[in-house]
Design a protein around this ligand. Structure first.
Ligand code: ASP
Ligand code: MG
Length: 421
């Protein structure tokens, strides 16, 4: 029996007619090698941004239902063109909308979740000898009263469409094609020595993505993890094997820094002179949670004379909202002051097992000290150590940490021992 391959092509891989023809040739090559293919596409280039912009010119408050129907057209456009490009070189192909491909979601317009995948049509078309192109990033509701309302899965959602289809179709391979060769130890634009990571565990990949590496939608990684889908991240423009995201191999990966994530889009809020008594943290964080503001790092100091300082980080874009929500609380509860700083950044070293091994934190702080970088906040998890630093020092910090953890060197099984020496 032939292999079933799910491929996903990102917007930059489909940005114009030439690139679409290039993608069609890649698909044709895979098919000539004997594979059956289900290909998920993103919208061409910046199409989604343009559609959002268009709607914003019409109204400040677009109807979420109409918005989803509008955004879904981006992927219809690229899907049909890829199908035509394949037909033009003699490959039987058909494009399907997300709904036609059986992607069923809840009814949360703009960030719907996949409830089920019912790919009867995909299977039938493949059995009929066709390459099936599926419009990514979208599905349709399955609720009896309003069946078939088109929904979208949130920015970057085509990755999730691909992994969901790979899981349900029990694909032999799931490949995410993009404009970089894979997942790197850190952003190569900041640190030229950054190295491609050949294999990374789901948990490490999720942490990298959460801490700022923008390669794949995190939901896609989660879905891959839950369903045991091995995900290859590869370049559309080369034959490099790329990065495999899969279950971590405990023998090789334990106690090794895998990557370094940088996030400039964070801001710090400090509440000064907060009364040291039960209920204060709830009074501060409840309203933020209700307003959907994501709190990341939280640091509270030891109290002195009945008061303490409380600092936390929020995404840059939510800073104004956080200030607005907290202003009355600061006054009501009698805090001394609230200060905010959006010129901070987050650097995180990530790797299975490092967060509870003392040598790594010491090495991180030492490298930052040697580079003259002041650490404003620290947080750790089992697989991560994060520092908040001044935003204008993020590049110095990245280079220093990349060197300190020897991330430019190929991975070996004795890296833990080497680090300790
Ligand atoms: N076109 C959508 C976006 O730009 C979905 C995707 O590319 O995955 O977010
Ligand atoms: Mg993307």
């Amino acid at each position: 029996m032939s292999q079933l391959v799910v491929q996903k092509y990102g917007g930059s891989s489909l940005a114009d007619a030439d690139r679409i023809r290039h993608v069609a040739r890649r698909i044709a090559r895979e098919r000539a090698a004997g594979a059956d293919l289900c290909v998920v596409v993103s919208a061409m280039g910046d199409t989604t941004d343009h559609l959002l912009d268009l709607a914003a010119r019409i109204t400040d408050e677009p109807d979420p239902r109409e918005m989803d129907l509008l955004l879904a057209t981006g992927e219809h456009m690229s899907g049909t063109l890829v199908a035509m490009a394949l037909q033009a070189i003699g490959v039987p192909a058909i494009s399907l909308t997300g709904a036609q491909a059986g992607i069923r979601t809840d009814s949360t317009h703009g960030r719907a979740r996949i409830a089920n995948v019912d790919p009867i049509r995909v299977r039938d078309e493949i059995a009929a000898g066709k390459v099936v192109i599926v419009a990514g990033f979208q599905g349709a509701t399955d609720e009896s009263h309003r069946t078939g309302e088109v929904t979208t899965l949130g920015r970057g959602g085509s990755d999730t469409t691909a992994v969901a289809l790979a899981a349900r179709l029990q694909a032999d391979r799931c490949e995410i094609y993009t404009d970089v060769e894979g997942i790197f130890t850190t952003d190569p634009r900041v640190v030229p020595e950054a190295r491609l990571i050949p294999v990374i565990g789901y948990e490490e990949m999720l942490e990298l993505a959460h801490q700022g590496a923008q390669v794949m939608q995190t939901r896609a990684v989660e879905l891959g993890w839950v369903n045991g889908v091995v995900i290859a991240v590869r370049s559309t423009f080369s034959d490099h094997p790329g990065t495999l995201i899969q279950e971590a191999d405990p023998m090789e990966i334990r106690d090794k820094v895998r990557g370094l994530a940088l996030d400039r889009k964070v801001a710090k809020v400090t509440l000064v002179g907060v009364p040291d008594r039960p209920g204060i943290a709830r009074a501060v964080f409840d309203p933020l949670a209700e307003a959907g503001v994501n709190i990341d790092l939280i640091v509270q100091n030891v109290g002195h004379a009945g008061a303490t300082d409380l600092s936390f980080t929020v995404p840059d874009v939510d800073l104004a909202k956080a200030r607005r929500l907290l202003d009355p609380i600061v006054r009501e509860l009698g805090f001394a002051d609230m200060t905010t700083d959006s010129a901070v950044a987050k650097v995180s070293v990530i790797g299975a097992g490092i967060g509870n091994t003392p040598g790594y934190a010491a090495r991180m702080f030492g490298a930052l000290a040697d580079a003259g970088v002041n650490i404003e906040m620290i947080s750790t998890s089992e697989i991560r150590i994060t520092c908040i630093i001044a935003e204008d020092q993020v590049e110095d910090a990245a280079r220093a940490l990349h060197a300190a953890f020897r991330l430019e060197e190929p991975e070996t099984t004795d890296s833990g021992a080497r680090l300790a020496s």
